[in-house]
Design a protein. Structure first.
Length: 207
């Protein structure tokens, strides 16, 4: 019996170039033995990047509108229109306020400019420090002191050489009242009129 000739299937693979760098050895499971970059290294790089960004922001000069308002002011607060829920100094601004042009950074993001002094001499246990800040939104300067539970906000605009507006005390507890028709509304925060007169800033203490 004659068996027809059957051609064999031949696969001509292209010649593979010899590697120019040593290949990573792998175990039977295919895992590489190459050293792995630790998480701490990645974290250190991320922190360094955030620090560089924060440094760039901190080195940038403040806008002219901010520099015109920055300085020291003597603060006069009028009578509060309703009693605050927290005792002083949680809602009492200092007698003299210094609005700086140095930015306050939070995770490499500028959240405002520095304010001195801080009315809170201590922070609640386990609570991170919240520095006082101020921002210029349009023509209104917003100054805030807070410890995360209570604080005071100032909303002032330029009036000649002064800043005038209102102070608003607040807490982390939302006050509500029920109206005769059964609906519930939030009670407004206590407010007071405020005037800030520009004064000469004290000289920095010598080293």
């Amino acid at each position: 019996m004659v068996v027809p000739w059957r051609a064999q299937d031949l696969v001509h693979c292209p010649l593979r170039r010899q590697a120019r760098r040593p290949q990573l050895k792998r175990d039977p499971l295919g895992r590489s033995h190459a050293p792995m970059i630790s998480r701490s290294s990645h974290l250190a790089r991320a922190m360094l990047a955030l620090l560089l960004v924060a440094t760039v922001h901190a080195c940038q000069p403040a806008p002219p509108a901010v520099r015109r308002i920055a300085g020291c002011y003597e603060v006069a607060v009028g009578a509060w229109n309703r009693e605050a829920l927290v005792p002083p100094p949680s809602y009492v601004p200092p007698d003299t306020v210094w609005l700086h042009t140095a930015p306050v950074m939070d995770q490499a993001v500028a959240v405002g400019y520095e304010v001195g002094p801080n009315i809170f001499e201590w922070e609640p246990p386990g609570h991170r420090d919240i520095p006082p800040t101020w921002q210029l939104i349009g023509d209104t300067a917003r100054i805030i002191w807070s410890n995360g539970f209570a604080g005071v906000r100032l909303f002032v605009v330029t009036t000649g050489s002064r800043l005038t507006g209102r102070a608003e005390a607040f807490t982390d507890v939302v006050r509500q009242e029920q109206l005769p028709n059964g609906t519930v509304r939030q009670l407004p925060w206590p407010t007071a009129r405020i005037r800030m007169r520009r004064v000469k800033c004290p000289k920095p203490a010598s080293a």
